[in-house]
Design a protein around this ligand. Structure first.
Ligand code: Q9C
Ligand code: ZN
Length: 341
């Protein structure tokens, strides 16, 4: 299995988030990707390759042109205004307010975000572009006939909506890769999101469509971020009715209950018969994750990988969350090894 990785993720470093009322170094930090790269390379699954540049056209198949323009110009607008870094949004629209794009950069920042989890430093936009190129290069590998590939995306993507960033996510890497696969001949794609947090962006992007089945196993939004999406009764709308499945689980969930949800999700995917499977691979389900409340242990990730392999589909793993820096490399590598065995 090839791994796609870019050192340009390092541009997104020294950034902050708002946590417990304080501006703190972000949990989503560069060491994450380096720990994963080292652990995966140590297992010898296959070569590490760099991404090829795909430009912004495939991004604009999922995200609105105005949002892509915002992301690509925010840093220069900020510098032109003579403002200090980092950039961090802190005001948002309430229901009932109007959806007009403000003219000023502060207004745009609130318009295109849903939390204070998406900070910009000068290298952030370059890192975002490299991350989606990593996912698209992984999709190219699958298209070229590889049975599987691993895209080490950083920053992650699954919280990003068509025109909203949040939860450390700017561009929805998995959604862009899924759309690229559909645009190049796949008829049906399934996305299995095993990150601890609900993949609200991925769900919302494909909610009214039958060509992408989205299954999400995550902490119950009644208790956990992103709080406002991810309930079990969200099953899709219109043509997409029946093509979204959520498995919200309570804080404290261990592998027995978690893997029962995985089994159910896998049965759905099997019945759907996708041409390609994308796995939004977050390992923040780990027992020692600093911002999460599930109790999976490192050996459990072998079992996750091997259950996914039983589906027998061309499979692209796309990295999402996981913040226990010392363990995330092992947990990702265990998942991939369980898949490959
Ligand atoms: N205690 C991903 O895993 N912070 N994003 C919530 C609640 C936001 C996580 C804090 C967590 C976002 C890709
Ligand atoms: Zn997460």
């Amino acid at each position: 299995m090839k791994m796609v990785y870019s050192p340009r993720h390092h541009g997104h470093s020294g950034h902050v988030e708002l946590y417990n009322g304080q501006i703190l170094p972000a949990f989503e930090k560069p060491e994450r990707a380096e720990m994963i790269r080292a652990a995966v390379e140590a297992r010898g699954f296959g070569p590490t390759i760099g991404p090829s540049a795909h430009g912004l056209d495939p991004v604009a198949r999922v995200h609105s042109p105005a949002y892509v323009r915002f992301l690509s110009t925010l840093t220069e607008l900020w510098i032109a205004d003579g403002r200090p870094f980092p950039i961090l949004p802190s005001f948002w629209r309430a229901p009932g307010m109007r959806r007009l794009e403000p003219e000023t950069v502060d207004g745009k920042l609130g318009h295109y975000s849903f939390d204070a989890g998406c900070c910009f430093v000068p290298g952030t936009w370059d890192a975002i572009q490299s991350s989606v190129d990593v996912a698209l290069t992984g999709a190219d590998l699958i298209r070229a006939g590889e049975a599987s590939a691993y895209a080490l995306c950083r920053p992650p993507g699954h919280h990003a909506h068509d025109e909203t960033m949040g939860g450390y996510c700017y561009i929805n890497n998995a959604a862009v890769a899924a759309q690229a696969l559909l645009d190049s001949g796949a008829a049906r794609v399934a996305i299995l999101d095993v990150d601890y947090h609900h993949g609200n962006g991925t769900q919302a992007i494909f909610y009214d469509r039958a060509d992408v089945l989205v299954c999400n196993i995550h902490a119950d939004p009644k208790q956990e971020f992103p709080y406002f999406l991810g309930h079990a009764d969200e099953t899709g709308s219109g043509a997409g009715e029946g093509f979204n499945a959520n498995y919200p689980l309570p804080w404290g969930t261990g592998f027995a209950a978690w893997s029962a949800a995985l089994d159910d999700a896998c049965r759905r995917i099997e019945a759907y018969g996708p041409d390609v499977l994308l796995v939004s691979l977050g390992v923040d389900t780990f027992k020692d994750d600093p911002i999460s409340q599930f109790r999976l242990d490192s050996p459990d990730y072998f079992a996750i990988g091997s259950r996914i392999a039983k589906l027998g589909r061309p499979t692209l793993f796309v990295q999402e969350g996981g913040y226990a820096v010392e363990a995330i490399g092992v947990n990702v590598a265990n998942t991939l090894e369980g898949f490959l065995q």
